[in-house]
Design a protein around this ligand. Structure first.
Ligand code: KG4
Ligand code: ZN
Length: 340
């Protein structure tokens, strides 16, 4: 089955052609980072406009690269939740138009389920059940993936996502948006014991996360240095980055350690922050200690892309999840309960 998939939930316009949920024939990603960099973060209105401009060209390119025509496509898949509502609506409207005019079924896909499915593209042997750790710019959660379409929320963030804290920490250190990757790299060169950023806990909820305290701590730390006229030299920045990343990784690994104490399912990492070397190393250590298999997605499928949406769409379709043209977009939606 050939699926044409469309992703436009944040600041990447992406269109892909995927065969049987596992084989990527094309995956075109048009990033808007250069536009949003000017503002230090994603500007929703600008994102919507840029998606509208890019969708048609990305679709032609995805078909061309896959060496297929729209006639060869069996279904159109689209991310309809969660994300920036205007951005989601551009992709959804475009997908509806395509599905209607080409008379193809329309498959709605939850963005987070897509991030998890990115791993199916790299690991042919990977099948549920497993647990997934999703760490991205907008989401941080631990999910029980009981089947391809049965999700259970084990833990979620009560405030900011890990990537949000990471990007704001990077911004206060003067790195351009989104600074996650630069921060991660810098952290490898610093001394992580220099500053004691605390690791948060949520009372009575061992799997839930909180990153807003860590975000505020790093911002306050930098402002205090500035007030004391202490120069933010490269060495100072490296130590802040290393100490910050160490606290962020520990926040995640302490939860995973509790999980692995109780359940020995394989662990699948997903989301933009899955590209973090520091996080990968932390998880490798824990999973090795507990003898649990760890799946780390290839870097090209960590960030937002449509191939991962095409992968999940195949299994949604098998499960009968096909939408009518009145399908809506939703800014928020839990991965275990698809909105209607
Ligand atoms: O999944 P994603 O592309 O978008 C959302 O769905 O949110 O995640 C974007 C996040 C940003 O916070 C970005 O800074 C972070 O992923 N990121 C990284 C790396 N590459 C991207 N964080 C740490 N290390 C990286 N190499
Ligand atoms: Zn994402």
């Amino acid at each position: 089955m050939l699926i044409l998939a469309i992703e436009s939930s944040c600041d990447e316009t992406s269109v892909a052609v995927v065969r049987d949920g596992r084989e990527v024939l094309s995956n075109v990603v048009a990033s808007q980072i250069e536009i949003h960099k000017l503002y230090g973060g994603v500007v929703p209105e600008i994102a919507s406009r840029a998606h509208t401009e890019a969708l048609s060209g990305c679709t032609s390119e995805a078909l061309e690269k896959a060496e297929v025509t729209l006639d060869d496509i069996d279904a159109i898949a689209v991310t309809n939740c969660p994300g920036l509502i205007g951005a989601l609506l551009t992709g959804l409207s475009f997908a509806k138009g395509l599905a209607y005019s080409a008379k193809k079924p329309l498959i709605p896909v939850h963005h987070i389920r897509g991030h998890v499915a990115a791993n199916y593209l790299a690991f042919p042997e990977l099948k549920p059940p497993f647990n997934a750790l999703v760490v991205s710019g907008g989401h941080t959660s631990i999910l029980g993936v009981d089947s391809y379409t049965d999700y259970r929320t084990i833990g979620y963030t009560r405030d900011d996502a890990a990537g949000e804290a990471l990007d704001k920490a990077a911004r206060v250190l003067g790195m351009p948006y989104p600074g996650g990757a630069a921060m991660d790299k810098m952290a490898l060169e610093g001394d992580k014991t220099k500053i004691k950023f605390s690791v948060s806990h949520v009372d009575g909820a061992p799997y839930d996360f909180s990153f807003s305290g860590l975000k505020t701590s790093v911002i306050n730390h930098v402002h205090t240095l500035e007030m004391k006229n202490i120069e933010l030299s490269d060495d100072v920045k490296k130590d802040i980055a290393a100490s910050f990343m160490s606290a962020l990784v520990k926040t995640v690994t302490t939860r995973i350690e509790v999980l692995l104490e109780n359940e020995k399912r394989p662990l699948v990492l997903a989301g933009g922050v899955a590209a973090s070397k520091n996080l990968r190393m932390g998880l490798e250590e824990i999973c090795k200690k507990y003898g649990v298999e760890l799946y780390l997605p290839p870097l090209k499928y960590c960030g937002d892309n449509a191939a991962m949406i095409g992968a999940q769409a195949y299994y949604e379709y098998q499960n009968g999840n096909v939408a009518d043209l009145d399908l809506n977009a939703f800014a928020t939606a839990a991965a275990d309960k698809l909105p209607k």
